[in-house]
Design a protein around this ligand. Structure first.
Ligand SMILES: NC(=O)C1=CN([C@@H]2O[C@H](COP(=O)(O)OP(=O)(O)OC[C@H]3O[C@@H](n4cnc5c(N)ncnc54)[C@H](OP(=O)(O)O)[C@@H]3O)[C@@H](O)[C@H]2O)C=CC1
Ligand SMILES: N[C@@H](CC=O)C(=O)O
Length: 459
């Protein structure tokens, strides 16, 4: 595509003669550059939808001399983001990270600007500071792009379902890890090779920690849980486990038992031990049955189920990352905020924070699939079953390794008994009981090794 310079006042033939809505852009990287492109190429459509032209009044970056695609008029570029936010009606923050993003957004709000951000890290760490500031200043705070990129998900949860009672949010909210797990499942790649491929394709960052360790998914889970349950959930409240321990062998075994492994974000409304309601939020890899719609979510796509009392089950699917898809969500927010500037009105406000407490990880209810190598002698299965029974965990299925298993049991000494691999799938039980069961099984004399423990979801 030819890169056309962006002029300070993009022509807007579809607009009325109302004064332009001034838009300041903070950040012009992967997402910001696509925001510039859309603001330019869609100028007349956007003006018609807003009822006034959108005027890009400045673009704050770190390096004003770096080459940009699309080319941005040098007169628009500035390294002084503080000064820029003071002269806009709508401030779009696509810088990322906690500071200076938080300070800039608060300054924009202080100046009476509406703000649009894609910054999940900031919202998950300190969203309430922004919500409260926006509420106090009676300005819009929109953040559709912060969760699941292009997929309209924040708005349905924040606005459309606000008359309903959500009881579960379950989904794939990180495209990089879904791509990695998908490549491991389809071509038998080891995790490191699949991550390297994701980096080469631009899905994963040079430092993929936020994706593979589950931080990115945990931030999105915290934001979704806060909105869905009308309470305050921060990233520190999320029980988080990434995909680093998943091996090609785990993925192959998942297929043998009719599953795929997905990194899931799960937020549940549930009753705690004291009988009081709360929310439990977690991110971890899980076995998903091949028959479940989430199993069919391939590549870097995202998909989220929301279950509400009256609405029933809703599914949202699409591209969760990338410059253009994310910019689409940002522009939707810009149009909403700009419309309010022109015609009056305000978007939703989160001033009701407090309600449901966050329950500890151990209060979650889930199912486990445990693979273990045991001595192949009479009575061993009875010992293992007894441990499960002692912890009140019911067995759904047990199977023994077929001869052509992809992973070989440990090599034993000449005089040792043979080794059998058991795959035990439990019924749903409290997380605490399941974890204690695995610890007790590991201590049995007949157990050579607990090879893997994975949760099973979506059955
Ligand atoms: N990339 C994606 O697919 C998605 C990203 N997001 C979110 O969008 C946001 C932006 O992500 P992305 O575009 O990928 O990030 P990039 O790293 O590509 O871009 C960041 C931009 O911010 C600028 N910047 C950095 N520090 C400052 C500063 N102190 N003052 C002014 N400008 C600064 C950089 O300037 P310079 O160009 O000079 O270095 C760059 O233009 C993040 O919050 C991210 O989580 C959300 C969904 C998907
Ligand atoms: N790193 C994220 C992209 C932005 O949200 C992902 O892989 O989904």
């Amino acid at each position: 595509m030819t890169a056309e310079p962006v002029s300070p006042t993009s022509p807007a033939p579809g607009a009325t003669d109302r004064p332009a809505v001034r838009v300041a852009l903070l950040g012009c990287g992967v997402v910001g550059s696509e925001v510039v492109r859309l603001l330019t190429t869609q100028a007349s459509d956007l003006a018609a939808r807003v009822g006034a032209p959108l005027e890009l009044v400045g673009v704050a970056v770190r390096d004003v001399d770096a080459p940009r695609d699309p080319v941005v008029d040098r007169a628009l570029l500035t390294a002084d983001a503080e000064a820029l936010v003071a002269k806009a009606d709508v401030v779009v923050e696509v810088v990322g990270g906690i500071e200076p993003a938080r300070g800039l957004l608060l300054r924009a709000i202080e100046h009476g600007a509406a703000v649009v951000t894609a910054n999940k890290a900031l919202l998950a760490e300190d969203g309430p500071t922004l919500y409260q500031a926006a509420d106090a200043a009676a300005v819009d705070l929109y953040f559709e792009a912060a969760v699941a990129g292009a997929i309209p998900l924040v708005r349905p949860v924040r606005e459309s379902l606000t008359g309903d009672r959500v009881h579960r949010v379950l989904g794939i909210v990180n495209g990089t890890t879904n791509y990695v797990l998908d490549r491991m499942a389809t071509d038998g790649l080891e995790l490191a090779d699949a991550v390297a491929e994701a980096q080469a394709l631009g899905y994963a960052e040079a430092d993929p920690t936020a994706d593979v360790e589950g931080f990115d998914a945990a931030a999105k889970a915290a934001i979704l849980a806060s909105l869905a349950f009308h309470t305050r959930v921060s990233i520190d409240d999320v029980d988080r486990q990434g995909i680093m321990q998943i091996t090609a062998d785990d993925v192959a075994w998942a297929a043998r038992t009719g599953h795929v492994i997905k990194l899931l974000a799960i937020a549940d409304r549930r009753t705690g031990e004291d009988g009081a309601e709360g929310v439990q939020v977690r991110v971890h890899p899980a076995l998903v049955p091949l028959s479940h719609p989430l199993a069919g979510v391939r590549g870097a796509f995202n998909a989220v189920f929301v279950e509400a009392d009256a609405a029933g089950e809703l599914m949202f699917y699409g591209r969760g990352a990338g410059g253009a898809p994310t910019a689409s969500a940002v522009l939707g927010d810009v149009v909403s905020a700009a419309r309010h500037r022109v015609h009056g009105g305000r978007g939703p406000a989160e001033s009701w924070y407090a309600a449901l407490p966050v329950l500890p990880a151990e209060s979650a209810r889930t199912r486990y699939q445990v693979r273990l190598d045991v001595d192949d002698r009479p009575g061993v299965l009875a010992h293992v079953s007894a441990v499960l029974a002692e912890h009140g965990v019911s067995i759904e299925a047990v199977r023994q390794t077929p001869a052509d298993a992809p992973a070989e049991p440990a090599v034993e000494a000449d005089d040792a008994p043979g080794v059998a691999r058991l795959v035990i799938t439990t019924h749903e039980a409290p997380e605490a009981a399941l974890a204690a069961t695995v610890a007790a099984i590991r201590d049995l004399d007949a157990v050579r090794e607990v090879v893997s423990v994975l949760r099973v979801e979506g059955a």
